[in-house]
Design a protein around this ligand. Structure first.
Ligand code: NAP
Ligand code: F7E
Length: 327
């Protein structure tokens, strides 16, 4: 019988890539999504008839227990979260409830119903925040800089605590920024690639951005979901940094994206102080030696290739009304 995996956050960027990956490994994929007044399946519409979709919410304990009882997954990937850093300042309590406490709700459901389930928690480089060492690895001290980062740090430690308290095979994947043509439009990579495409197509005239000096270790989401799966296939549970080991500034991102459409970015980009964060994460660069040596994982898509892939997808998306950025 096929192995069953539950993915929370199936409608998100990573949920869609992980579902594709697990289908390629012949899993029965159960995807949890929130009830919404209109369906939000754009990223998974090409696989919707190959997976089982079920309504549930990280805010609702009963729904989590009911889903685990009904489908009895052997692996649970918790990708659901309020994941946008700026929103975590305007909605800090909701962010804490979903991104932090939501993980305890899911772990409790696993503990009560079937503690042999293997659990993956989507942790983040935002936990390093005001980074104490360069580059950052599993031993780097944490210093989160936003309610999002703080909530994820709680989630990281509760994952470790359930592993140590109850022997649950629970892993925390500390993933650095990863992007794709399916990235939400408000995150800086997609904001930049969509604007470059739309300016080229004559649809908009300018791009407003905040801090151009922030540096991130940007990889490709399609590469990163494999690392999630590998973490749950080992002899024992552990925590791993997943990153490319390269860092680039937002300024370099903008230059690269506008170069793809043969435009000079300085003619179109305006700095908007409203987009500067109350506390910034200045520099992230990951050291994924442990993932490379213990999981045999490595990234395949370079920064330049990633930006090019996103700009090309956005040119297609914004030039034809019905097209979807689902590369
Ligand atoms: P994303 O595109 O924002 O997707 C988040 C998903 O969570 C969506 O499916 C969303 O559903 C769902 N969700 C939000 N609140 C929920 C709730 N209360 N109950 C159930 N589902 C809920 O995020 P992503 O980029 O795919 O990232 C996946 C995970 O990895 C997140 O936990 C994120 O924090 C973490 N992470 C991401 C990165 C990155 O660079 N992408 C790096 C490190 C860690 P709706 O569609 O209904 O909103
Ligand atoms: O910002 C700067 C901004 O929103 C990146 C999430 O997936 O990755 C993501 O969090 C940088 C920041 O991602 C704009 O100040 C400048 O320094 O794309 P972002 P993020 O905050 O790094 C981590 C790993 C996660 O876990 C999160 O869930 O870009 N920046 N100007 C801007 N950022 C945005 N969004 N918009 C701007 O106009």
């Amino acid at each position: 019988m096929a192995k069953c995996a539950l993915i929370t956050g199936i409608t998100g960027q990573d949920g869609s890539y992980l579902a594709e990956f697990l289908l390629s490994k012949a899993y029965h994929v159960v995807g949890m999504h929130r009830r919404t007044s209109i369906e939000n399946f754009d990223r998974i519409e090409h696989i919707v008839d190959q997976i089982t979709l079920v309504q549930g919410d990280l805010l609702d304990q009963n729904s989590l227990e009911a889903i685990i009882k009904q489908y009895r997954p052997c692996e649970v990937y918790n990708l659901a979260a309020q994941s946008f850093v700026p929103t975590s300042w305007t909605q800090p309590l909701l962010t804490g409830e979903i991104t932090g406490l939501g993980v305890t709700r899911l772990l409790e459901a696993i503990r009560i119903i079937d503690p042999s389930i293997r659990f993956y928690q989507a942790s983040t480089s935002e936990m390093f925040g005001k980074a104490q060492t360069v580059p950052q690895n599993e031993k780097t001290p944490f210093y989160p800089r936003s309610p999002y980062g703080v909530s994820k740090l709680y989630a990281h430690w509760i994952t470790i605590n359930y592993r140590e308290s109850y022997g649950i095979y629970a892993c925390s994947g500390i993933l650095f920024n990863h992007e794709s043509p399916r990235r939400g439009l408000e995150f800086v990579t997609r904001k930049v690639t969509s604007a470059a495409a739309r300016i080229k197509l004559g649809q908009i005239a300018e791009l407003r951005l905040g801090n151009l000096e922030a540096k991130r270790d940007w990889g490709y989401a399609g590469d990163y979901v494999e690392a999630m799966w590998l973490m749950l296939q080992q002899d024992g549970p552990d925590d791993y940094v997943v990153a490319t080991g390269e860092t680039h500034s937002v300024r370099e991102l903008v230059e690269t994206a506008f170069r793809c459409v043969n435009l000079n970015w300085e003619e179109f980009v305006k700095i908007d102080q409203k987009l500067v964060r109350p506390a910034e994460v200045d520099l992230l660069i990951g050291d994924a030696t442990k993932a490379r040596t213990q999981l045999g994982w490595k990234p395949k898509v370079s920064f330049e290739k990633l930006v090019e892939m996103m700009v090309e997808s956005d040119l297609r998306y914004f030039s034809s009304a019905g097209a979807r950025p689902v590369r």
